[in-house]
Ligand binder design. Structure first.
Ligand code: FE2
Length: 211
């Protein structure tokens, strides 16, 4: 479910500062660790109040019973800043954002993030479905076709499972970071009730579909 923007163009304060910093970082070719850390620190300070997010109001105004609500704050080619609400104990299914950075900051409730890194196989055939026997026990196979919807052909990706993390709302609560490869595959589950999180994704999907 998509609902209107939360923040108007004259947005001030922390969310504007964070968005400007994200734009500064992600509108250049290479993202440095130091710059990314600056953005992470700014994002950590954000709370629901900073974007006028009132979950009860969003619940009242939602027009469908979709388990996930989506709100855009800012979108251009360099980045997307948006908010997802996971109603009740909804799990956002396993997905990835190939070649993108992501910063996920919880604004309400608690989420559990389970991430995976796609394994780099030395496989000259380029055949993804061939998984070495000795990897099968220690790793996890992501059925890409089922999670993203596709032509019905199953395609398995070998991935390394990371330790799950729990993220809480609150000022100075750390966000999760996903890197273009490391930890890029993930699923997000609301824990003990609804949860909302800010997502900064760069580059934006808009950049991929423009010429
Ligand atoms: Fe995601």
């Amino acid at each position: 479910m998509r609902v209107p923007l939360l923040v108007n163009r004259g947005m001030a304060s922390k969310i504007a500062q964070t968005t400007r910093k994200a734009f500064e970082i992600f509108s250049v070719e290479s993202v440095t660790k130091d710059k990314l850390q600056e953005l992470v620190q700014l994002t950590a300070q954000l709370t629901a109040r900073d974007i006028n997010l009132n979950l009860e109001q969003v619940r009242r105004e939602r027009v469908t019973r979709a388990p996930v609500s989506y709100m855009e704050i800012f979108v251009n080619k360099a980045l997307t800043v948006c908010v997802f609400v996971l109603w009740d104990d909804t799990k956002m299914p396993m997905h990835n954002h190939p070649d993108m950075h992501g910063i996920l900051k919880v604004l309400h409730g608690t989420v559990r993030v389970q991430s995976y890194t796609e394994a780099q196989l030395n496989n000259n055939s380029g055949e993804r479905n061939v998984v070495p026997e000795n990897c099968k026990k220690a790793s996890w196979l992501w059925n890409r076709d089922r999670t993203l919807g596709g032509d019905g052909k199953e395609e398995y990706v070998l991935a390394k499972k990371h330790e799950a993390i729990f993220l809480n709302a609150g000022e100075n609560e750390a966000p999760a970071i996903l890197y273009p490869i490391d930890g890029n595959i993930h699923e997000i589950q609301a824990v003990d009730g609804p949860a909302a999180f800010l997502d900064i994704l760069a580059p934006s999907y808009e950049a991929r579909f423009s010429y």
